[in-house]
Design a protein around this ligand. Structure first.
Ligand code: SAH
Length: 471
């Protein structure tokens, strides 16, 4: 398997600095599944080409699997050693890691400069054919040349294969081109050599930053990259769009230029936070604990409002808490400001003293992340032990999913969603919880209302001790 990168930037041999690989030497790297060799078939000041040759050991691919997992001939005899696949993405990340990250010790400014680049992939499997290949790379500004390879040149009557020899040219930063390859090669191959879980969502978001959120094929890309795990794909797209929208918030001028889909994401997220902020203000809360605060979206909305004297966020994931801390700029706060805002790790299914003493608790798009059997534990923790005056719960309305064109019928919006409820199911749950714990319940919705399907997000506001119908 061969990937070449060429440039005509002068002096072209600066490509060696950008890749961090000396054009004068052949270098070999050990990978988990074989070896990667980097060498330069040409290196003049007018034109320089770096080649990455992957020498994959098909036995190594199978080794280390649990007994019973391996064993078919296809495990040993397959196309993996000869084609561009997720193994190549791994090699790019390992061998060209700094370049992929946009770093270059010797030519830092060049790493941030668009230069003429041509990529050649000797054999790229294209599930979806040349049409998809073009739909993936052309919107990113590449000139695409593709030559379909016959199954066997000796036997033309066997016809064509799904493999292409591909050339992609564009003037761009090297890190952008490597990111595109890193993501799109496995997408075209539509296969991954390893288990795909939530880590892959992170990788997709990291490598897709700056281009994936506006790519016309972002749905296909996310779905295939995440091995057709619809929920994970939805999660990735929501995250991308949400992250995009946070940036947009920061600069209003860009908002006008934002893509329609992004605006849709922005308005639903924003609408959710605004609706919850409104409910909290109406309830007269001044101290709020956001349970399952994630990256701190709600806290960011509330923190601007002086009425809140204490705002806390809890999440089970330290990673999202780190993001929340940086989005809330906790490290820039004075000690006094910091007294007002707290983030801590905790699990919502275990009784925890730290959850008590607030006027209101919010569970924004959280309950659907718990297995239905664990929900009673959360209900006890929140409604029996913490027992704030007001509890605000939002969750998707599964009926509305028909309106999400990229979401196949019957799929939930996130991989991590254990369930999504209809309006009737949510109402039944909320009313039972209210009744059991002495809270009144007010149900409503957030987002654009569909006459038949209802709103995209459902909202329940629980008020301690107040009976139905009272303000
Ligand atoms: N409320 C946030 C995040 C919603 S995503 C927002 O609206 O943006 C759901 C969050 O719940 C995730 O951050 C997840 O880590 C957290 N979560 C899921 N199960 C949890 C549990 N048992 N205890 C604490 N947090 C949990």
């Amino acid at each position: 398997m061969l990937l070449t990168i060429s440039t005509t930037y002068v002096p072209a041999t600066d490509l060696g600095y950008l890749l961090g690989k000396n054009p004068a030497r052949v270098q070999t790297f050990d990978l988990a599944y074989g070896k990667a060799h980097v060498f330069y078939p040409e290196a003049t000041s007018e034109r320089c080409t770096a080649a990455l040759a992957l020498d994959i050991d098909p036995i190594g691919l199978v080794r280390g699997r649990r007994p019973g997992e391996a064993g078919t001939v296809a495990d040993y005899v397959n196309d993996r050693p000869y084609v561009a696949s997720s193994l190549l993405s791994v090699a790019i990340a390992q061998v060209y890691g700094s370049a992929l990250g946009g770093k270059c010790r010797d030519r830092p400014e060049l790493a941030q400069t668009a230069i003429p680049l041509c990529i050649e992939l000797a054999v790229l499997p294209c599930h979806g054919g040349e049409a998809l290949l073009r739909r993936l790379f052309e919107p990113l500004g590449y000139a695409v040349e593709a030559e379909r390879l016959p199954l066997d040149p000796q036997f033309p009557e066997w016809g064509q294969s799904l493999y292409f020899h591909v050339r992609l040219c564009r003037t761009a930063k090297l890190s952008d081109v490597l990111s595109h390859l890193y993501v799109l090669i496995p997408v075209l191959d539509d296969e991954k050599h390893y288990w795909v879980g939530e880590d892959e969502v992170e990788k997709l978001i990291e490598k897709g930053e700056g281009w994936l959120e506006t790519h016309p094929e972002k749905g296909t890309i996310a779905l295939r990259y995440l091995k057709h795990r619809h929920g994970l794909a939805r999660l990735a797209l929501d995250r991308l769009i949400a992250e995009e929208s946070t940036e947009i918030e920061a600069s209003d001028e860009q908002a006008g230029a934002a893509e329609e889909a992004v605006e849709r994401g922005l308005s639903l997220n924003e609408a959710r936070m605004q609706a919850v902020a409104h409910v909290l203000a109406e309830a007269g809360a001044t101290t709020v604990i956001d349970l399952g605060c994630g990256e701190g979206r709600l806290l960011r909305t509330l923190i601007r409002d002086k009425r809140y004297s204490k705002l806390s966020g809890v999440d089970v994931s330290p990673r999202v808490l780190d993001v929340a801390a940086s989005r809330l700029r906790l490290s820039d706060m004075t000690d006094k400001q910091r007294e007002r805002v707290a983030l801590f790790q905790g699990a919502l299914t275990y009784r925890d003293k730290r959850f008590s003493g607030y006027d209101a608790a919010t569970l924004i798009e959280v309950i659907e992340h718990l297995d239905v059997e664990r929900l009673p534990a959360l209900v006890r923790v929140v409604f029996a032990f913490a027992r704030p005056r007001t509890v605000v719960v939002t969750t998707p309305n599964v009926e509305y999913n028909h309106r999400f064109s990229s979401l196949p019928a019957g799929q939930l919006r996130h991989a991590d969603h254990r369930f999504e409820w209809t309006r009737a199911e949510f109402a039944k749950w909320a009313e039972a919880v209210g009744k059991e714990h002495g809270y009144s319940v007010r149900l409503s919705g957030i987002g654009e209302l569909d006459d038949a399907l209802g709103p995209p997000t459902q909202l329940a506001v629980f008020a301690l001790g107040r009976s139905e119908g009272q303000p």
